[in-house]
Design a binder for this molecule. Structure first.
Ligand SMILES: Cc1cc2nc3c(=O)[nH]c(=O)nc-3n(C[C@H](O)[C@H](O)[C@H](O)COP(=O)(O)O)c2cc1C
Length: 184
């Protein structure tokens, strides 16, 4: 499905540290539920957002390789924590720290996905912003989307491996204060 193009405004907004932005999707990533905080921060009404692909709030600065990692992980039945910059309907950007999990029925079959998002700590974003900027720049040099994902996935893996990490450990390190020093 094509998405309405929202032009980034260059402004950043945020939400309260006690709030949680929640959405649920079907197996294809179409939104089946969005809580009031989601609607307020993203600036959409429920009827505008339900049934839409989740990329409706995709920010162009987000590296594709992070979404590939997200989908590979949840399709494999695992949970992922990830930093994501999103685009509100107004064009304003907002960073989230997301926990995305598969939703299962009573028999254990995966029936969709669920994301809970909190405000990221500013010092975590100080590490995430330059990493994502390098990944996005790497993608822009690639001739097509497929090559872009391959190139940035490689750069992400290599960068984190130099610090002895994978993406999970990187995310965990940001909450414990370990750094990516030496990896950049
Ligand atoms: C439960 C769930 C939550 C998601 N949340 C977001 C989100 O907050 N922002 C976003 O850009 N993509 C989110 N995605 C990923 C999108 O489905 C999509 O992969 C991403 O926006 C990249 O879109 P593109 O492939 O069209 O570039 C989520 C996916 C799932 C399953």
């Amino acid at each position: 499905m094509s998405k309405v193009e929202v032009m980034p405004s260059g402004r950043e907004i945020s939400f309260h540290e006690d709030e949680i932005i929640v959405s649920k999707t079907d197996l294809k990533g179409h939104i089946t539920y969005a809580n009031d905080v989601f609607l307020r921060v993203a600036g959409y009404t429920e009827s505008e957002i339900l049934g839409k692909p989740h990329n409706v709030i995709r920010h162009p600065a987000m590296p594709r390789c992070v979404f590939k990692l997200l989908w590979d992980t949840i399709r494999d039945g695992r949970e992922i924590f990830a930093y994501v910059i999103n685009l509100a309907k107004s064009g304003d950007a907002y960073w989230v720290f997301a926990h995305v999990t598969p939703s299962r029925d009573a028999r254990g079959a995966c029936v969709g996905y669920h994301s809970n998002r909190r405000v990221p700590h500013a010092d975590a974003l100080d590490k995430v912003r330059p990493l994502y900027a390098r990944l996005a720049a790497e993608e822009q040099r690639a001739p097509d989307p497929r090559a872009a994902i391959e190139a940035s996935s490689r750069l992400l893996a290599d960068t984190l491996a130099r610090a002895g990490m994978d993406y999970d450990r990187f995310v965990f390190s940001l909450s414990t204060g370990t750094s990516l020093a030496g990896a950049a």
